[in-house]
Ligand binder design. Structure first.
Ligand SMILES: *Cc1c(COP(=O)(O)O)cnc(C)c1O
Length: 376
């Protein structure tokens, strides 16, 4: 059974329910001892490709590597500008700087917290060579608008889909596609707490482009296509067999897991929507929201006091993210002429994420909502 303690993300409770399947998958890998490039790696890549309906899924060591390899494969040169939102996990912009590219930060929308297309359009310059929208907290950014702007300028889009694997976006003209498969290339992370998490680190890159996929595979494998023939500088980044085996088991449950998150979010919404101190997370009408995080914004509330109030009842809560990228010490050199980021600055001060995972019971949800509302 899962422990009684309320968790932000209950990996233990989830494991208990699929222990039989997971343990068998791990034992199978142990018996083959093919710890690297074992059968489960190819098997998982094929199954995930089918699930998100993309031609190529290339596993790698983590979601940060996935972004780095994707950018390397696009052949960007030092000094090229890459646009990312100002409000996201650091990895998105970190790899840009690491490759000697120039990050250009853009503010986000106050309602969905995703890249603001109007600000994006203004940030485009002749040196812009990639745009990385982040499908933050479990829903897609404004893909229609972002793709329109990107296509107009011939700029490739790299979707950072670490938080929205399994979300679906419906284009204004009708068709729909899975998050991570709409840009030139998409990336994801299988960090344990992500919607599809493994039991360690893992990541993947998605593309429909055969030539790009070939380049990505080579880069992830020391720039090598034929053994000991190194065509370019690459990296060593692999999804190991044990993680792939676990992911094969968990992929079968992903839709049910995401449904459980949506049900929990619906309940939170129903309890908090009327509270004058809480803004419930707005949903992009063109995207499903699979709630990697359930993130409220607070109105006229002392956030620290609320966090300790919740904590006194054993309810954890987290601030994702407390410092917008433009205020991070490491990114000071990239701050653009004192450009203001009013929305991300405000969000960093007002967001609060509540427990969100696949094992939340009605009883726990009710307890969390009751105690939160009792604060006011
Ligand atoms: C988790 C995450 C990453 C990085 O994934 P790792 O597997 O931890 O390297 C990148 N971008 C976003 C938005 C993330 O949430």
């Amino acid at each position: 059974m899962s422990s009684d303690k309320i968790a932000m993300c209950d990996l233990k409770g989830q494991y208990e329910k699929i222990k039989h399947e997971v343990d068998a998958a791990i034992h199978n890998v142990l018996n083959t001892t093919a710890f690297v490039k074992g059968q489960d790696v190819g098997g998982f890549q094929d199954e995930l490709a089918q699930y998100i309906d993309v031609k190529h899924v290339i596993g790698c060591a983590n979601g940060t590597d996935a972004l780095q390899i994707a950018l390397m494969a696009l052949g960007l040169k030092p000094g090229d500008e890459v646009i990312t939102p100002d409000f996201t996990f650091i990895a998105t912009v970190e790899v840009v700087a690491l490759l000697g590219l120039t990050p250009v930060l853009v503010d986000v929308r106050p309602d969905t917290y995703t890249l603001d297309p109007q600000q994006l359009e203004r940030a485009i310059s002749p040196r812009t060579k990639a745009i990385i929208p982040v499908h933050l907290f479990g829903q897609c950014a404004d893909v229609d608008e972002i793709m329109r702007i990107a296509n107009k300028h011939g700029i490739p889009v790299v979707e950072d889909n670490a938080q929205a694997l399994g979300a679906r976006y419906t284009f204004a003209n009708g068709p729909s596609r899975m998050a991570g498969t709409m840009g030139r290339v998409g990336t994801t992370s299988f960090f344990p707490s992500k919607n599809l998490g493994c039991y360690g680190d893992g990541g993947a890159i998605f593309t429909d482009d055969d030539a790009l996929a070939d380049e990505i595979r080579a880069i992830a494998n020391h720039g090598m296509r034929v053994r000991y023939h190194h065509d370019r500088i690459g990296v060593n980044s692999r999804l190991d067999t044990m993680q792939a085996a676990i992911l094969r088991v968990k992929l079968k449950h992903l839709d049910a897991y995401n449904q459980a998150r949506i049900a929990a979010a619906d309940y939170y919404d129903s309890r908090f929507a009327q509270c004058p101190h809480l803004n419930v997370p707005q949903r992009n009408p063109q995207s499903t929201h699979i709630f990697h995080q359930y993130t409220l914004t607070l109105k006229d509330v002392d956030r620290e006091l609320l966090i300790s109030h919740l904590s006194s009842f054993g309810i954890p809560s987290m601030v994702y993210y407390p410092i917008p990228l433009h205020n991070q010490k490491a990114f000071a050199p990239y701050a653009q002429n004192n450009q203001a980021f009013p929305v991300s600055t405000e969000l960093a001060q007002t967001v609060l994420s509540l427990p969100m995972h696949t094992e939340l019971t009605q009883e726990t949800l009710q307890f969390i909502a009751d105690k939160l509302l009792a604060f006011f």
